[in-house]
Ligand binder design. Structure first.
Ligand SMILES: [Fe+2]
Ligand SMILES: [Fe+2]
Length: 198
């Protein structure tokens, strides 16, 4: 852990908000592209779909284990476990919605409907995550922790920029695994199959 110099800190809660903004922006752009411009629709969606999966995987590898940890330390375990449980369920829904889009031809009405469903699932999740997990993390984590996680989050996304394996997770098992990783001090159990280490 390197102590950041004053004025040179980054913050994981800000990085997650930045990613959410980028996701909202790309969904809005998709709504402005003409239905006949299927190449542009497919290209923008291709980037957005990969980004949605990578963002969720980075949160699962880096952010939620630490939310659980600071929750344990601050005796707010019940709240942070409930927030994490909801988040993993939502991430599964978003992954499923992204997979569903791939079943259709870009520009077809079914394709737009599937993209709309992914937008809805993601919007609902982001609003909840911003209201709950990010807010609690700002209250419970130190600036140093927020900085260290920001660096790890960015490095994770950079290492896996081309995409991650799309794997739904059992929310209860995820929490058990993350908490046992915290107890034995290893991060090994937090790794996701096939991903480069966080
Ligand atoms: Fe999330
Ligand atoms: Fe998020």
């Amino acid at each position: 852990m390197t102590v950041p110099e004053a004025g040179r800190t980054v913050d994981i809660t800000e990085l997650i908000l930045d990613d959410h903004h980028e996701q909202r922006r790309l969904f809005a752009i998709l709504e402005q592209i003409g239905q006949a411009d299927t190449k542009s629709l497919a290209a923008v969606w291709g980037r957005l779909g990969v980004f949605l999966e990578l963002h969720a995987a980075a949160e699962e590898a880096i952010f939620y284990p630490m939310l659980l940890k600071v929750g344990l330390v601050a005796r707010r375990q019940t709240a942070t476990e409930a927030e994490t449980l909801d988040a993993i369920k939502d991430h599964n829904e978003i992954r499923d919605a992204v997979t569903e889009v791939a079943r259709y031809q870009a520009g077809a009405s079914e394709w737009f409907a599937a993209v709309g469903a992914a937008n809805l699932a993601n919007s609902d999740h982001m609003a909840e995550e911003e209201r709950e997990g990010l807010t609690d993390f700002r209250r419970l984590a130190s600036l140093q922790q927020r900085h260290d996680l920001a660096v790890a989050f960015t490095a994770f996304q950079a290492r896996n920029y081309s995409g991650v394996p799309v794997i739904d997770k059992d929310p209860q098992a995820y929490i058990r695994e993350a908490e046992s990783g915290l107890r034995d001090g290893s991060r090994g159990s937090l790794n996701i199959g096939g991903l480069k280490e966080p």
